[in-house]
Write a protein that binds this ligand. Structure first.
Ligand SMILES: [Zn+2]
Length: 409
């Protein structure tokens, strides 16, 4: 289903808050298929997204990667979406430290899927000593497309009517709908969830009518099969290895035309990174119930990504225009997966690539994929060698913002 960019865009923003704070301004290219230069922010009237890997292609690609890897990469099924699509999971390495990465939980945010396919292929086929050492030290688990139902519609939400939720959880009959369920999304009249609000730090949480509808500052309810499959993967890895060291969640942010400050002042930001948004004073109110929360660790891992990207591309390339994601002190989303897992002691990092996948067209896929890939690989290396743990988490705050109103932590 195709809707106009003008209808889709407001709902498509990952950074809804950023848009509210900063105001969205975009330039619509006169031609439907004009190629926007990397250093501008033109978007397309009728954008193409056919060039991004879809679910069928992902299925074939993962099987091909598994085959090429000769046993080093193993692919299995993590779950089934609301519409019956397979949620694939790929794994490489036997190390003690688990690096879990998810992508496209917002279906129209696609760069991470490409980056994860490249990483898996590299891990599966490279014989250099560094890769071999890496695979001895970490267990890398990638879920490259966790919301393929949304992806097939090129939209953010999954596809799930509320009455199917109450069929699954009869105790919710008559209760108000969860605040993050909607009858339509991105101009498409199909009900569903913003899956990245459906997580709860209590990984055994069972939905209760009294908790609905909830609000942004409440944990989510695990109402969708997609979020439950991610939760189950996390729990299984924790049971197997004792701990999930890091979790990285790959997104796109709505705003396309934001400029960095700092050493790259005036450049369009390519990717913003973040630690979990858990409210004032670094989530202090959660500490009593969730003592394993370590916001500084999440910042160290985010910093490891930024430093790795700068090390690879220097400070002048489009690939390396990295900034901090919108994170005023009071920003609080305990229902996001990265927040729920951070409260369980995992260091979690958010990647937000500039614009939406279709806004920038497919022409810049390679640049942004390289940024995401290098960032994830830098975290893997930093975790494997322990170098990420030796970083100063405070240095994260020296990364440039892109104009949002920064407050004291
Ligand atoms: Zn997103």
């Amino acid at each position: 289903m195709r809707t106009s960019a003008a209808v889709r865009r407001p709902g498509a923003l990952c950074a809804a808050l950023a848009t509210a704070v900063l105001g969205a301004s975009v330039t619509v290219a006169p031609s439907a298929h004009a190629t926007p230069p990397i250093d501008t922010c033109q978007v397309q009237e009728n954008p193409s997204w056919d060039g991004w890997t879809d679910h069928g292609e992902l299925t074939r690609e993962l099987k091909a990667v598994e085959r090429r890897s000769d046993g080093r990469v193993r692919v299995d099924k993590a779950g089934t979406t609301a519409e019956g699509r397979t949620m694939w999971r790929a794994r490489a390495g036997q190390g003690k430290k688990v690096v879990l990465v998810t992508s496209a939980i917002h279906g129209n945010e696609r760069t991470g899927t490409e980056a994860l396919l490249e990483i898996l292929d590299h891990l599966g086929t490279s014989d250099d000593p560094e890769t071999r050492a890496l695979l001895r030290r970490i267990t890398f688990v990638a879920m490259p497309m966790v919301n393929p139902d949304g992806g097939e519609l090129n939209r953010r939400m999954n596809v799930l009517p509320w009455d199917r939720v109450t069929d699954r959880f009869p105790q919710l009959a008559g209760a108000p709908r969860a605040w993050y369920h909607a009858e339509e999304g991105d101009g498409i009249a199909e009900p569903g969830f913003d899956l990245n609000r459906d997580f709860n730090p209590d990984l055994d949480y069972v939905p209760r009518a009294a908790d609905l509808p909830g609000e942004q500052t409440d944990p989510g309810f695990f109402l969708s099969p997609e979020s439950r499959a991610i939760r189950d993967t996390y729990v299984q890895l924790r049971q197997e290895k004792g701990h999930v060291e890091t979790y990285v969640d790959l997104h796109h942010m709505g705003p396309c035309d934001r400029l960095t400050s700092g050493p790259q002042k005036g450049k369009l930001i390519s990717m913003a990174i973040d630690y979990p948004p858990l409210g004032v004073r670094d989530g202090a109110k959660y500490k009593k119930q969730w003592p394993a929360l370590d916001q500084d660790k999440s910042r160290r891992y985010a910093l490891a990504a930024a430093k790795g990207i700068h090390g690879e591309y220097g400070m002048r390339q489009a690939e390396s225009a990295i900034g901090r994601y919108v994170h005023p002190d009071e920003r609080e989303y305990p229902g996001q997966g990265r927040s729920a897992f951070a409260l369980n002691g995992t260091g979690t990092v958010l990647f937000e690539v500039r614009g939406q996948s279709d806004d920038l067209g497919e022409q810049h896929k390679e640049v942004f994929t390289a940024t995401v890939r290098t960032g994830v690989e830098s975290i893997m290396k930093g975790v494997a060698t322990g170098s990420a743990d030796r970083l100063d988490g405070e240095e994260f705050f020296t990364l440039p913002t892109y104009g949002w109103d920064e407050k004291q932590r």
